[in-house]
Write a protein that binds this ligand. Structure first.
Ligand SMILES: [Zn+2]
Ligand SMILES: [Zn+2]
Length: 106
């Protein structure tokens, strides 16, 4: 006995224009959307749920995540210069370990 009526996913291409994939570097990624359709006798009758668009690469066959890692991710490792002795300091110092002067933030 086959299940003749039910809800099945259907992938729709939102934008035919290929986008550059940050993983493989090829313009093979496209915006797609998975909608859910109510189907009867394997024919989709109407859409029951509209999916969110996502970028997926045809070559990598995986969803391309956002580029992420903005410059703010590296702020904990930034270098500061002591305004008094001019030495390079790694990290967030309040007082300079070389000359003992208070470090003024720019
Ligand atoms: Zn790719
Ligand atoms: Zn100093």
């Amino acid at each position: 006995m086959f299940l003749i009526a039910g809800v099945s996913p259907k992938t729709t291409i939102v934008d035919e224009k290929p986008q550059l994939c940050p993983v493989c570097g090829l313009a093979r990624a496209r915006y797609k959307r998975v909608d859910h359709y109510f189907s009867l006798f394997f024919i989709p009758l109407f859409r029951v749920k509209k999916g969110e668009a996502f970028l997926i690469c045809d070559k990598c066959e995986q969803e391309v995540k956002e580029f992420g890692y903005g410059p703010e991710s590296f702020q904990g490792d930034k270098e500061t210069l002591c305004s008094n002795c001019g030495k390079k300091l790694k990290g967030d110092f309040i007082f300079c370990p070389y000359c003992g002067e208070e470090i003024r933030k720019a």
